[in-house]
Design a protein around this ligand. Structure first.
Ligand SMILES: [Zn+2]
Length: 446
């Protein structure tokens, strides 16, 4: 497996820490609203990465958190006069529902930041003790200049950042780039007691601690998230781990591109936000997944009507050949439990995905197979054994992509209709044949 590692800005061979196993953490959403279609992209992208790794024989442990401590959650709770927990749990349910509908059910654990407060406080205490953090009036800051490789994950020029940060310098900070680990507050929002007074933890610390708590280690294989999380979030996660443990948090930092609508960045102020749930109910799971995966995960995905239409057409072609083949098997009374595949075609497909998830090349292999399957269907003397290996191969590919089509099961009446239709055609009784054809069409069988 080859993956683009943001940390080294190049494609690298994936070598896991423990042979045969993969630990993967993906930053989850801040739960103050429904996920929009842009938020659905990392769900599908990292689900595909998980599926490919599993297909390659790895045992994958995947964790994705919920950030349930945030000013926007507090604001919503106060506006609605409910607790922060109620706001968070409403949108956690919404997010889980979207993940389920996207056929992305492989996450092994979904920790909440609020469940890790004790570990977070301990972690910040350790940073203070080792001189990597300092307290000012109840706030605790991380000393960025104590980590020599700061900027590595996001390829930032630290001097340029310092110049920029000085403009809005916080007088409490020793260095304008230092970031908050604990924020003291006496507001009405959710807060916890700590050695530095009542307050809330910083987002960057939450993820590092949830990783430690869930994986029982502070060194994992893959850390993922959207491109927009590279800086400061991932840089700061990484810096804290390097400070405390002298090594990076993850070996591979993987980032997915952003999503535009008709070439414009999706944002609430522009009013071009589409909720993922609405999109999925309109177009279905398969089209949504296919669309989100068709553009290479590192590129920005431009969401247009044409892209939707193209996804629908491509999937129709695949569905049709599968259903036609299933019908031919049943008409011919062919049954087989064989799982044999066309090895070379399957290997080409997997090779494309192993190349930093090159879905477009994998899809091209699929369409070559669809063409071959259509040729098989046109043969007068159909070779069911060959057709079955082709069918198995296509089904397995769809499985790796998380696309699922229902199998057509013909009733005895349906079979009779097909037989009568074939007989009428053979007897050149076109009127009867047309009538039977209409009935089959109506049933959606042809
Ligand atoms: Zn995170």
């Amino acid at each position: 497996m080859k993956l683009y590692n943001s940390k080294h800005k190049k494609i690298e061979e994936f070598v896991p820490i423990v042979p045969g196993q993969v630990s993967m953490y993906v930053c989850g959403p801040t739960v103050y609203n429904h996920p929009h279609i842009g938020n659905a992209r990392p769900i599908v992208v990292f689900d595909l990465l998980r599926r490919v790794l599993v297909e390659l024989g790895y045992k994958v442990h995947m964790v994705s958190n919920f950030t349930d401590i945030d000013d926007r959650i507090i604001e919503k709770a106060q506006n609605e006069k409910i607790s922060e927990k109620d706001v968070a749990s409403r949108y956690i349910d919404a997010y889980n529902e979207v993940s389920k509908k996207l056929n992305a059910n492989g996450v092994d654990a979904r920790p909440l930041a609020t469940d890790s407060i004790a570990s977070i406080i301990k972690f910040i205490e350790d940073l203070c003790e080792k001189g990597f953090a300092y307290e000012k009036e109840g706030n605790v800051f991380f000393r960025v200049d104590r980590v020599a490789s700061y900027g590595e994950i996001s390829s930032q020029n630290i001097e340029a950042l310092e110049v920029g940060a000085r403009i809005e310098a916080n007088t409490m900070k020793e260095n304008p780039l230092d970031f908050l680990l604990w924020k003291v507050t006496d507001d009405d929002g959710i807060k916890w007691d700590s050695p530095w007074g009542m307050g809330r933890p910083g987002w960057h610390t939450e993820c590092v601690v949830m990783i430690q708590d869930e994986f029982k280690t502070n060194h994992i294989d893959i850390h993922g998230g959207g491109e927009d999380l590279k800086f400061p979030h991932h840089e700061n996660e990484s810096a804290q781990c390097k400070a405390l443990h002298n090594h990076d948090l993850a070996n591979y930092w993987i980032h997915n591109g952003m999503m535009n609508v008709d070439g414009i960045k999706m944002s609430k102020s522009l009013g071009n936000v589409t909720w993922a749930k609405d999109y999925i109910s309109e177009f279905g799971t398969n089209v949504t997944r296919w669309l989100l995966l068709s553009t290479h995960y590192r590129l920005n995905l431009n969401f247009t009507e044409e892209v939707v239409e193209q996804s629908q057409n491509e999937l129709n072609r695949i569905e049709q050949v599968l259903h036609k083949t299933e019908i031919e098997f049943q008409k011919g009374g062919y049954q087989s439990d064989s799982l044999e595949m066309v090895g070379m075609v399957y290997e080409q497909f997997m090779a494309a995905l192993q190349d930093d998830l090159n879905v477009a090349n994998a899809q091209a292999v699929m369409f070559e197979l669809v063409k071959t399957m259509n040729q098989s269907l046109r043969q007068r003397d159909k070779d069911f054994e060959v057709m079955k290996t082709q069918y198995n191969t296509l089904k397995r590919m769809l499985d790796v992509l998380g696309i699922d089509f229902e199998t057509v099961v013909l009733s005895n009446d349906d079979l009779q209709l097909f037989n009568d239709w074939d007989a009428a055609k053979a007897a050149k009784d076109f009127e009867t044949a047309d009538g039977l054809r209409a009935k089959l069409l109506e049933k959606g069988l042809i």
